[in-house]
Design a protein around this ligand. Structure first.
Ligand code: ADP
Length: 289
């Protein structure tokens, strides 16, 4: 079992933006979802854990590695899949993965070949191994990214915004690869898609404006707000009034008319109906509050 301990991490950029505000989290093997809107500070946190940038204050430990003081040891145990990574379009997948393995210091040719073939198989790319990366779909590129991140058996895997731009089939396949990884390592997945977290993660944190608003198991988060989310269909010209009177956490159209969701400890009356709560309500109520 691995443990990542993040304690009181803060970071203010030169332009004055406080991207991390006293962030503390404890994360163990399995899939951990870091959920938050754009600008919440997710990438800043991921880059700090990946030792690509330094915080102003705080500490991060992977097991007994103090990652700020021992970045090399951390990197030996890290697989990092950034949002976008450059690929060489004219090189076949197998050749490029072998090349990355050389760069990562797997010098024994036979072992390297075995590792490359194993990872191509694990990421469902074996049948495409002779294809050039330029011809890969978005999902295949993502899975290739995972394969390269896994070359050295990392204890910690960081995946930034993994499913943006994937079609449902690709997304499913990618999810399967990720969930297998969670059995042996800490996998942190940053995303603004609630469904990614709902489908995959055993633990999660919700971030906004550099702060952790909530962390724990998704089902605990859902049970915390059970019976506190209400819905009502209203007319368009009522929306603004409802927003001042109630804590509206979401609105959507239903058969062309606005449906508002409000957070309230008790029945707000006036025609509101209770809603079966899900992770979307957790997310939007955390962000609104
Ligand atoms: P997220 O990944 O959740 O979208 P980021 O960590 O990328 O959030 O950004 C958090 C905040 O910090 C945003 O307001 C963003 O504009 C700002 N920010 C991110 N990187 C930098 C940087 N290198 N310099 C200045 N501001 C930055």
């Amino acid at each position: 079992m691995n443990t990542l301990s993040i304690t009181n991490l803060s970071k203010t950029y030169n332009n004055g933006v406080k991207a991390l505000d006293n962030v503390s989290l404890n994360i163990q093997n399995g899939l951990f979802g870091l959920l938050g809107p754009n600008g919440a500070g997710k990438s800043s946190l991921m880059r700090t854990i990946a030792t690509l940038q330094n915080p102003d204050a705080g500490s991060v430990y992977l097991n007994d590695i103090n990652i700020l003081e021992q970045p090399h040891q951390l990197r030996e145990n890290l697989g990092y899949l950034p949002q976008e990574f450059g690929l060489y379009p004219n090189i076949p997948a197998e050749v490029l993965l072998n090349h990355f393995a050389v760069l990562k210091g797997i010098s024994d040719k036979k072992k390297r070949k075995e590792r490359v073939e194993y990872l191509l198989d694990q990421t469902n790319l074996y049948q495409h191994r002779k294809k050039k990366l330029g011809g890969f779909s978005g999902g295949m590129k993502q899975r290739f990214g995972i394969a390269q991140a896994l070359l050295t058996n990392p204890k910690l895997i960081i995946v930034d915004e993994p499913t943006a731009g994937l079609d449902p089939t690709e997304r499913n396949r990618f999810h399967n690869v990720l969930s297998e990884l969670g059995e042996q390592a800490i996998v942190i997945l940053s995303t603004h898609f609630v469904d990614d977290v709902k489908e995959l993660c055993t633990n999660m944190a919700i971030m906004n404006e550099g702060k952790v608003l909530w962390s724990g198991a998704p089902e605990k988060a859902i049970s915390n707000i059970e019976g506190k989310v209400w819905q009502k269909q209203i007319s368009r010209d009522q929306i603004e009034g409802y927003k001042t009177e109630y804590m509206v956490i979401a609105e959507q159209l239903f058969r062309g008319k606005p449906l508002v969701y409000v957070y309230a400890e008790d029945d707000p009356g006036t025609g509101f109906l209770p809603v079966q709560t899900d992770l979307n309500h957790v997310y939007f109520s955390a962000i609104q509050r």
